[in-house]
Design a protein around this ligand. Sequence first.
Ligand code: GLP
Length: 253
Amino acid sequence: MNGIASLLGPPLADTYDPTPLYFRVQERILAAIETDLLKPAEALPGERDIAEGLGISRVTVRKAIAGLVEKGLLTQRQGSGTFVVGRRQRMEQRLSRLTSFTEDMRLRGLKPSTHWLNRDVSLPTPDEAMRLSLSPSETVVRLKRLRIANDVPMAIETAVIPSRYLPKPEAVVASLYDALEANGCLPVRALQRLRAAILTPAEAALLEVPPGSPALAIDRMSYLENGAPVEFTRSTYRGDTYDFVAELNLRRE
Ligand code: GLP
C-alpha cells in the first residue's frame, strides 16, 4: 500500500472530480513515468495492489492500463505483468547525415542492441539484383534484425549486402556498418525513401505496439566511394517514436 502511495499518490475515490476514474488512474501512471518514478522496462505494480492503493475497483485499473497499452506507453507480457515502454519522447534523425542505427542511438545517449530474426546467404531476388547491380548468380547476405534502444524496440530492418562486401556474415555483431568498415566497404553516400505505413500484426508484436499502429517505412540504398551499391535496407520504424528532420537551404544562384 505504502509503495503504491509513493508511486501513484493517495487514494482517488471520495472526491467530486467529474473526470472518469480510469482517466485519472492513467494520469497518475503517466505522471510516475514522466517523473522517472517508473522507468522504461520497469514493471508496474500488480492490478490488485494499484486498486487497493488508490481505493478503486480492479475493473477501473484494468481499463486504465488497457488504454495505455493501446497507446504504446505500457506493454503486457503474458504471465509476467505490465511494463513501461517509455515516455512519449520522439527521436529525431537528421536526413542529411549518413549514420548507422548504432551510432544514431549512441549519439542520443541510448544503449543500442539487436535481436536477430534471420541471417543467411542466398541468391538475390530479381529486384535486389537490379538495385545492387548484381549478376543473378552472385550471392547476397540477408540480415533481419529487431533494433532496440534502451530495451525499447524501435525498428525492424532487413539489410541485403552483396556477399563480396561481407564474406563473413557472422562478422556483424552489434553493427553492420562497423563490419563493413572493417572490410574497407563503409558506405559514403545513401539515398533514402520514406513513406507512411501500417504495421502488420506480426510487426506490431515485435515492436510491442497494437496491431495496425502507424509506422515509417524506409528504404536505404547505400554506395561506396566508387559509386558501387553496397547496401539495400528496408526498415520499419515505430511511428510514435521517430521523427526525421531535413534541413533545407535556399539556393541563391
Ligand atoms: C540504419 C539504416 C540502415 C543501416 C543501419 C546500420 O538503421 N536505416 O540502412 O543498415 O543503420 O546500422 P548498424 O551499423 O547499427 O547495424
